[in-house]
Design a protein around this ligand. Structure first.
Ligand SMILES: *Cc1c(COP(=O)(O)O)cnc(C)c1O
Length: 445
């Protein structure tokens, strides 16, 4: 193996890291992970860290999981990749059936891709083309929300609402209907629900017959800062979508696969969307895999003679990759065998209760929890609602503190995100929360 110093040198010389100011990176010592062991990651120096953000919100059953590894090994001894363009493969078929069984009734067709952004692009393109086949080509616009995050590709950015990520690319983005957040935006406040819904209703009437779909992250806006939707918002939004006969697209890229305590966030409000996107946890955090599910209604609109060009002309090279699908099937099998969703409930309860203590810290503003995901918002002065200036990098500072105490985290600006693997034990969760508590206390001094 290449020695540690060489790896560090090569990293700095050859790599460009995502969402990273490389000038800062070059000035610091990188953590280079070599192995995983359950909820822990181990770096090349042998340090063990608890994975507090499930490796970018993806990991479900822990790292280096024997059964997931075995599923991959079994599949790789058969074939690693074959295309779904014009051909099929066994794991892709079996997983599609399983996903239809697992998602809300009515979602009957599965279209694969490789990541959350593409799952969203597909949902948008399907909705857009659907209306052309339905004879309503003027339905071209998507309603989307402030603080929303749907990915980094151009289409997904076009329906996003995080200015710091998106304004640079403004002139590249397609036009949509952005619903502004009520001011001040205290996310889980019932008054916010009324204001959001009123705003959507007014956009729907302003753009009657022009709305192709409404896209949102159900229950919680993730990358926007772990902002919890008011209870009932999704349900009432679904009613508005139905009433105006537009399509409802739920982006469950983060919330799907058990993160909120149910398999899908939309189950909490018994909503069946017209399109559902899933990615991050789909292949248990092992491989890039995504799926966009839709109804027979949408699917059937694309049927026709070859010459009619009603085909959905979209597909990625690695769509339906057999290795990724095989590991996703095992991922779901473990959920079922271990009754993980039931076992998760006391863990979530404990997580929620312990996080309440964090409010006692002098620089903690809001603490937001949804299932096994949380955001702890750091504030210069919570009493006067004064945020930390961006350039103080307080989120990064706290995460560095956590690293020295043995936890891997990644902030969203001034919000500390907690999103451990779903299989985390209560005692591991306590270890993580103790580290984060101390790191906030010292990192905000
Ligand atoms: C992460 C995320 C995406 C983008 O997924 P990628 O795999 O990073 O492209 C889209 N939507 C939501 C809600 C996400 O959290």
């Amino acid at each position: 193996m290449v020695d540690k110093e060489t790896l560090v040198a090569w990293d700095k010389r050859y790599l460009w890291h995502p969402f990273t100011q490389m000038q800062d990176w070059l000035a610091e010592e990188p953590v280079i992970i070599e192995r995983g062991d359950g909820c822990y990651l181990i770096d090349i120096a042998g340090n063990r860290y608890i994975d507090g953000v499930a490796s970018m919100w993806t990991n479900v059953h822990g790292h280096n999981h024997p059964e997931l590894n075995a599923a991959l090994k079994t599949q790789i001894d058969k074939v690693a990749h074959t295309t779904l363009l014009g051909y099929s493969n066994i794991p892709a078929i079996e997983l599609a059936r399983k996903l239809v069984e697992l998602t809300p009734v009515g979602l009957n067709k599965v279209f694969y891709s490789d990541n959350g952004s593409t799952a969203v692009e597909i949902a948008l393109k399907m909705a857009y083309q659907y209306w052309q086949h339905r004879g309503e080509p003027q339905r071209k616009l998507f309603i989307h929300f402030d603080k929303a995050y749907h990915g980094d590709t151009i289409g997904a950015m076009s329906v996003g609402g995080i200015d710091s990520f998106h304004t640079t690319f403004d002139s590249l983005l397609f036009k949509g209907i952005r619903v502004s957040a009520p001011e001040p935006y205290r996310s889980n406040n019932p008054a916010v629900k009324v204001q959001w819904l009123k705003a959507v209703e007014s956009k729907l009437s302003e753009y009657t017959g022009q709305v192709a779909g409404i896209i949102l992250e159900p229950l919680i806006q993730g990358a926007g800062g772990m902002l919890i939707s008011p209870q009932g918002f999704l349900k009432e939004l679904a009613v508005l979508a139905k009433r105006s006969e537009t399509l409802l697209i739920v982006d469950e890229v983060m919330t799907g696969m058990g993160r909120t305590g149910k398999m899908w966030a939309c189950e909490h409000e018994t909503v069946t969307p017209d399109l559902l996107c899933t990615a991050k946890g789909l292949a248990a955090g092992y491989l890039p895999l995504a799926a966009t599910l839709t109804t027979d209604e949408v699917y059937n609109a694309f049927l026709g003679e070859y010459k009619d060009l009603k085909t959905f002309f979209h597909g990625h090279t690695f769509t339906g990759n057999p290795l990724a699908c095989a590991v996703a099937l095992e991922n779901i099998a473990i959920f079922e065998r271990e009754d993980l969703l039931s076992r998760l409930q006391p863990t979530i309860e404990h997580f929620r209760n312990r996080l309440q203590e964090f409010r006692k810290l002098p620089h903690v503003g809001d603490v937001r929890v949804c299932g096994l995901a949380a955001g702890v918002e750091l504030m210069k002065n919570p009493d006067t609602n004064t945020p930390y200036p961006f350039e103080e990098k307080v989120g990064i500072r706290v995460c560095k503190e956590a690293l020295t105490r043995g936890a891997i985290l990644r902030p969203l600006v001034n919000t500390i995100v907690l999103m451990p693997p779903l299989q985390i034990s209560i005692s591991e969760l306590d270890t993580l929360l103790d580290i984060v508590y101390k790191s906030i206390a010292t990192g905000t001094e």
